[in-house]
Design a protein around this ligand. Structure first.
Ligand code: SF4
Length: 720
């Protein structure tokens, strides 16, 4: 009898607790969000996400949604599991027995696979359908270790991943600085292929979502991503116009120039049709837009056509009869029983469904349906809000006040209808994800830095036994910063960059400068052979100064003196020439002017570039590369001057032209570099720290690299 009662309870179409949670959710919605297509309160309570569980990420994005301290927090399995349990517990208490939840924070695959699997199990135990968020630069090994338990038997029968791919991310293996979105397509494909293999080899079902941030830089490429990636295996594509919610070091003002309308237009362009985002809504349409449908061959069709009253009647019937049914995560047999029970109780749904099927058949065409593979693919746009609006809006909401400022008021409306919640078990509150990122994350991550400090690892020289292996991230530092080169001791010149720090001016440096000063004096005195000898001695001693400095302890003061000494000699020789050859004075003034502009461009850029790179934590000095007149050319031209002083005027004018071209090159390249997204930082490219299971002082082990939601039957979370 008890068994029969259990079966009857399980087969109930709707869980009364979930139905009550939906009713509460509807009651909480602001009037502006109670639209005919609103899913919240009718079929879903909204999406949920974790926070403060593993803030770190090992790629770098511009913009970045993480606060600046995020990468200073150690990834810690026990902390993650404890937090996931507490946060899911509160969500279960306040939002009812089921929802979609995202295992998100930093990069989920920095978790040990066992911890990752345990976190997913905790989420499922709390009625949450979990989706893991990753940057997608992972290995199949990690996925296998995630889904297979001890003994090699699958411990996860279904996984959901959201992979973030876009050309604003830096440090991906094989493509540290993607030139455009299309160049990432092989990586998108490879990521999806791993899950096909996982299903083939281990029978693990999966749902994949693709997420992408949109700025003015890649807005025009959104349509291409939609078009090119439609058959890769992703069930959802989510696009997020950039919003300032994270690290201000990775924020550019013009990111705000992209609007939700623009992004949606581009998605429509890629899909080749208009996408009606009012059929189903998630909260406020200023935050979220979604279109659910399928590709049949090269054409996308909506499941429900918003312009067809018959289809809208199907939607309304779905809300009415199937709203509280849990589609995701319900075994297929049980789900079939529930649907049959509802159909038996409300026969109208059968006629509605049959009419809908006939309409869909007409729209697509029987031939196309039979000849082309049908792939359900949904499109989503989620637009986070800027901290500059969220912070005051939330403060007022905390005091129960509505803003009189229309912009802040609109923000409050969106926050009130937020469908993406995060839990704070410490005070029993739920907050919108925008508030979490904009208002709470910075302090939370500062606290976590103290709670979970990064391990102190003894520094070892490269090549020494036990030296940390810079695994796949090495490329992010090298190839990822093609505009800059590591320190070089090739002869510097005024048309040439020079290491500005990390040098120790050695004894050879002082002698070198003395020789250079002598060359200046000899030039003024027309002692050309002496000037030539002293100039060569200056260059030789300067060349020796680098190795001598590195043999000791390089200092910033040494680097500073070095560059001042060099520039003084370059300019001094030209001054001497102007004294010695009156006919070349105008040319000398022109050359000094060109030096001045070129040197200013170089030094200003070096300073800015150094500031952009200082968090890399490496020990390289910067040298701005590129330019017609470099160090070697300077040496050669001065030699020519000393050998052919009678042609000094022509030589100086010719070199002036070369330095002027270098100055223009330098200004042009400098603007290009400084307008480009900032290169990766330690905030974005940390070393791969060991899990807490590892000794805090042990050499860093290489860990298996790794890695969102199933149920195309249900409408998944569109956020992120
Ligand atoms: S997180 Fe922000 S943008 Fe997203 S639904 Fe909530 S309020 Fe809107």
């Amino acid at each position: 009898m008890t068994r029969i009662r259990e079966v009857v309870r399980a087969a109930r179409p709707a869980d009364p607790e979930f139905a009550a949670a939906l009713a509460r959710r509807w009651a909480e919605l602001p009037e502006t969000a109670r639209t005919p297509g609103q899913l919240l309160g009718r079929h879903a309570v909204g999406c949920e996400g974790t926070h403060g569980v593993f803030p770190q990420c090992d790629l770098a994005c511009t913009p970045c949604y993480h606060s600046r301290d995020a990468n200073q927090v150690r990834v810690d399995g026990p902390h993650t599991l404890a937090q996931v349990r507490a946060q899911m517990g509160l969500l279960r208490d306040q939002r009812g027995p089921r929802a979609h939840a995202q295992l998100i924070g930093g990069e989920v695959t920095l978790l040990d696979p066992d911890d990752h699997a345990a976190a997913l199990a905790i989420m499922r135990a709390h009625g949450r359908e979990p989706m893991s968020f990753t940057h997608g630069d992972i290995d199949y090994d990690y996925l296998e270790m995630l889904v297979l338990g001890p003994g090699g038997r699958p411990r996860l029968r279904r996984v959901s991943f959201a992979a973030h791919f876009d050309s604003l991310m830096f440090g991906r293996r094989g493509l540290p600085r993607p030139p455009d979105e299309a160049s990432l397509n092989p990586y998108r494909q490879a990521f999806a292929a791993m899950f096909a293999r996982l299903r083939r080899e281990h029978g693990v079902r999966y749902f994949l979502a693709h997420s992408m941030t949109v700025t003015p830089a890649n807005l025009g490429q959104v349509a291409g991503v939609v078009r090119d990636c439609r058959v890769m295996g992703y069930g959802m594509f989510s696009f997020q116009p950039a919003a300032f919610v994270g690290d201000q070091r990775r924020w550019h003002e013009d990111y705000r120039d992209v609007t939700g309308d623009q992004v949606w237009t581009q998605i429509e362009r890629g899909a080749g049709t208009t996408l009606d985002y009012r059929v189903f809504e998630h909260g406020d349409v200023r935050c979220n837009r979604a279109a659910y449908g399928f590709w049949a061959g090269d054409r996308w069709y909506p499941f429900l056509d918003g312009s067809d009253p018959g289809d809208l009647a199907v939607r309304d019937a779905f809300f009415r009869y199937f709203g509280p049914v849990n589609f995701t995560g319900t075994p297929a047999g049980l789900l079939a029983v529930r649907i049959a029970l509802i159909a038996a109780r409300h026969p109208r749904v059968i006629t509605l469904a049959a009419a809908w099927a006939a309409r869909a058949l007409r729209r697509v065409g029987l031939r196309r349906l039979l000849a082309r593979r049908v792939r359900p693919v949904s499109y989503v746009m989620h637009q986070f809000m800027d901290a500059v609006d969220v912070t005051p809006a939330w403060e007022l909401m905390q005091r129960g006040q509505a803003s009189t400022d229309p912009r802040i008021r609109a923000t409050q409306e969106r926050l009130a209808a937020c469908h993406y919640a995060m839990a704070h078990p410490e005070d029993g509150t739920l907050v919108p994800a925008c508030v979490q990122h904009c208002v709470l994350d910075p302090q939370e991550n500062r606290d976590l830095r103290v709670l979970l400090p990064l391990p102190q690892v003894p520094r070892r020289r490269a090549g020494q036994p036990g030296a940390p292996v810079r695994g796949r991230r090495a490329g992010a530092l090298g190839a990822g910063n093609a505009g800059f080169a590591a320190e070089s001791d090739a002869g510097p010149g005024p048309g040439h960059g020079r290491p500005a720090a990390g040098r120790r001016r050695g004894s050879t440096g002082g002698a070198g400068w003395a020789a250079g000063a002598g060359a200046c004096a000899a030039t003024a005195l027309r002692a050309w052979p002496a000037a030539l000898g002293l100039w060569l001695a200056n260059r030789l001693l300067d060349g020796l100064d680098g190795p001598v400095a590195r043999a000791g302890t390089p200092t910033d003061a040494g680097g500073f003196l070095d560059i001042v000494a060099d520039f003084s000699v370059y300019a001094g020789i030209i001054l001497g020439l102007a004294i010695a050859v009156p006919g070349a004075r105008l040319a000398c003034v022109a050359l000094l002017t060109a030096y001045y502009i070129s040197g200013t461009a170089f030094l200003a850029l070096s300073s800015l570039a150094e500031r952009r790179r200082q968090r890399l934590g490496d020990e390289r000095s910067l040298r701005f590369v590129g330019g017609l007149a470099e160090g070697t050319e300077t040496i050669a031209v001065y030699i020519l001057l000393f050998l052919l002083p009678q042609h000094a005027t022509a030589i100086v004018w010719a070199f002036t032209a070369a330095v002027a071209v270098t100055a223009v090159q330098r200004v042009h390249n400098g603007l290009r570099l400084l307008r480009a997204p900032r290169p990766a930082e330690p905030g974005g490219i940390p070393r791969r720290w060991p899990t807490p299971k590892a000794s805090a002082t042990a050499p860093l082990p290489l860990r298996v690299r790794n890695p969102r939601h199933n149920g195309a039957r249900e409408l998944p979370c569109p956020a992120r």
